[in-house]
Design a protein around this ligand. Structure first.
Ligand SMILES: [Zn+2]
Ligand SMILES: [Zn+2]
Length: 354
């Protein structure tokens, strides 16, 4: 079992009530940060851990979509060169595995303790990696149905892990390029199922409820209605989703994708909505890729907690945060970015990019 010698810990700050994770076991990951950029950019398929699972020991697969020999996608994958990603010698289009260096593990005694004035929980939970078979194509370049398949896996694993004991929040994230935290070049996403509700989510839940109490309306629905009228910050809209550069963008070229119909829970998304979401996500990522020359970025899903409480006033969404500036002292100390790009300008640039 990885990480048993150094189980991670969740520690709660007594002032901000924010949780931090101390996961020293993860420092044994293969590459140090300094070496990442060159290593990632030059990672050929033959040396890619995500293209060679059959050569590795101890890979634990949670979900896989096999590809039949007649599937036309197999030819697409073969065009990317050898090796063709396989599991037990069979090709697949997407695989979900347990992270080899997990920040959270399920085999720990789930007991809270006090250390000095601090609350401490074991690093209990799940940490999985969702890996589409394509080594070269970012999500913005994949066919629509492959992006939809990634969303299928997000949803399946979310639903499976939400049932596990003590899981209060499930975070689905994507890091692109080492500057955004990716330690492997092959495009992939990660899922963290954890026993606490992050402070950011708590703040948003509280803010949404307060706004609802004061205005009788979900603030996100209000934003969507206003953005659809204004149009200047909208980059994409279809039947079910809208993508905008928010009026209060936290970073330059931030994009948010909202379901147009109010819903707190990503995991309740339906089949036709997943196709719509795949189109919105692919469009947004592709525009960022084109307009900003394949920049590092993070995207994540913000959805209501999995704690079985009522969160009807929340409105789930996806946030895409390109890393085009470096956060310096003022940004880190205040959380306020001084952006030189107006969201209206950013939206126009993204819309016009080809
Ligand atoms: Zn690969
Ligand atoms: Zn809403």
């Amino acid at each position: 079992m990885p990480n048993n010698q150094h189980p991670s810990e969740l520690r709660q700050d007594i002032v901000s009530k924010n949780w931090v994770v101390i996961a020293s076991g993860r420092s044994k990951r293969p590459k140090s940060y300094e070496g990442l950029k060159a290593a990632v950019l030059e990672q050929p398929k033959e040396e890619c851990p995500f293209c060679n699972f059959d050569k590795q020991q101890g890979v634990q697969v949670s979900l896989i979509h096999p590809l039949t020999s007649k599937d036309p996608y197999l030819d697409e994958l073969k065009k990317e060169g050898a090796p063709l990603p396989t599991w037990k010698k069979e090709p697949y289009s997407i695989i979900d595995i347990q992270n080899k260096f997990p920040a959270f593990v399920k085999d720990v005694d789930f007991k809270e303790k006090l250390v000095g004035p601090y609350r401490v929980l074991p690093g209990y939970g799940y940490h999985e990696v969702i890996i589409p078979a394509s080594h070269n194509k970012t999500y913005g370049q994949l066919p629509d149905e492959r992006v939809k398949e990634i969303i299928d896996v997000f949803q399946s694993r979310y639903l499976a892990l939400a049932k596990e004991p003590h899981i209060d929040y499930i975070s689905i994230i994507h890091n692109h390029r080492p500057e955004a935290g990716a330690s492997i070049a092959h495009p992939h996403s990660q899922l963290f199922a954890i026993p606490v509700i992050p402070k950011d989510i708590r703040n948003s839940l509280h803010g949404s409820r307060k706004y609802f109490e004061e205005h009788g309306k979900c603030p996100h629905c209000e934003i969507i209605e206003w953005e659809r009228k204004e149009k200047t910050r909208v980059i994409f809209e279809n039947e079910n989703f809208i993508a905008v550069c928010p009026f209060t963008s936290v970073v330059a070229f931030e994009v948010r994708i909202y379901p147009k119909l109010h819903s707190p829970y990503f995991e309740r998304i339906e089949e036709n909505e997943k196709i719509s979401l795949a189109k919105a996500l692919k469009f947004s990522l592709n525009k960022i890729y084109q307009a900003l020359n394949d920049p590092p970025f993070n995207f994540f899903i913000h959805t209501a907690p999995a704690d079985e409480q009522n969160h009807d006033h929340y409105h789930w969404h996806i946030e895409i945060l390109p890393k085009v500036t470096i956060w310096a002292g003022f940004e880190l100390s205040t959380g306020i970015e001084i952006s030189t790009v107006e969201p209206e300008q950013a939206a126009k640039l993204l819309r016009d990019a080809e």
